[in-house]
Design a binder for this molecule. Structure first.
Ligand code: ZN
Ligand code: ZN
Ligand code: ZN
Length: 320
């Protein structure tokens, strides 16, 4: 596929009805292993070596969508509708080996998406808000709790990420390593070449959005971001991308500081094209939605489809 082009890989939620999760095992006598083998065969047939598989595990903001304790109209509509309107806390998985963020819904992601989490080699953490990092859950990768784990999970992030993870998990090179990343300093982490860029999000820490190069493709994982700071724009102008994932936390609400809204996403798309950062307008997806937007999945599709932007949902897999 040409750089920047994208197509829908798999829709795991299309047959879901209210409150239902996709079965962990295929129906009938088929075992989960058969399903996995079939999936691998499909991968071999349909993907070229250069493609990046971008798997959206969760697509909600901090409280989940519907919100954990929320009784607002949007949350009650989402509960009634189910399917793509049920969103868990945000994370993506790239080619099954590179994960971004470790939200509180990770165990649900493993069950729903049939993930082999032990295969993940590198974990990039954007910042320490609880919807992006729950370090206590990572203890379950240690001996006694997990068997057959044959390589360390390399955790990358800012000072607060290292401080939250290293004392808790240890740094033994068998199960975990911890690496501090600095803004705008490129690092070859094995599964990709990554550069953390600064976001306008939590002023108490260096929140990162990530420029990721893998298989000759470049991807911007752009949340939680707000409107990008000047030095991030400058860096992106010198390092164009093939695809961008942005947040649209606030929907139609005003303001582009801390989080983005529809206006912010639209303006960034235009700036990407004007400044030669992105070649194709449609090489973009939005995620990290809040119920406070008052918008359900179809509303986001209606807002973004005319711009060629994909509205992500839990379980969506794109091939870039
Ligand atoms: Zn968040
Ligand atoms: Zn709500
Ligand atoms: Zn945040």
């Amino acid at each position: 596929m040409s750089p920047g082009s994208v197509f829908l890989w798999r829709n795991t939620t299309s047959h879901r009805t209210k409150g239902q999760l996709r079965p962990i095992r295929p129906s009938g006598s088929e075992s989960a292993n058969v399903g996995r083998r079939h999936k691998k065969a499909c991968l071999a047939l349909e993907r070229s070596v250069e493609d990046i598989k971008l798997h959206f595990l969760g697509t909600a903001a901090a409280e989940g969508f519907p919100g954990l304790f929320c009784r607002c109209q949007t949350c009650s509509d989402a509960r009634k509708r189910g399917g793509k309107d049920i969103r868990t806390r945000s994370s993506v998985l790239i080619d099954d080996v590179l994960k971004i963020d470790w939200p509180p819904d990770t165990y649900l992601h493993v069950l729903r998406e049939q993930l082999d989490l032990a295969a993940v080699r590198d974990l990039l953490v954007t910042h320490t808000h609880h919807d992006h990092l729950v370090p206590g859950e990572l203890i379950m990768r240690k001996p006694v709790f997990a068997h057959g784990v044959d390589h360390p999970l390399n955790i990358y992030g800012n000072e607060l990420v290292v401080r939250a993870c290293k004392p808790l998990l240890g740094d033994d090179d068998e199960r975990f390593t911890h690496r501090l990343l600095r803004p705008f300093k490129t690092a070859d982490i094995g599964s990709a070449v990554v550069t953390p860029l600064l976001a306008d999000h939590n002023p108490d820490e260096s929140c990162f959005i990530y420029h990721i190069e893998r298989n000759g493709k470049t991807l911007l994982h752009g949340h939680d971001s707000g409107w990008f700071p000047d030095e991030t724009w400058q860096w992106l102008r010198e390092n164009p991308i093939d695809f961008a994932v942005l947040e649209c936390t606030s929907g139609p609400l005003p303001g582009m500081h801390n989080h983005l809204n529809i206006e912010g996403v639209t303006k960034i798309q235009q700036a990407f094209l004007d400044q030669g950062i992105l070649k194709t307008a449609s090489a973009m997806a939005v995620t990290h939605f809040s119920h406070n937007s008052g918008m359900l999945h179809d509303d986001f599709v209606q807002a973004f489809e005319p711009l060629g932007i994909t509205t992500a949902y839990d379980g969506l897999v794109l091939q870039i």
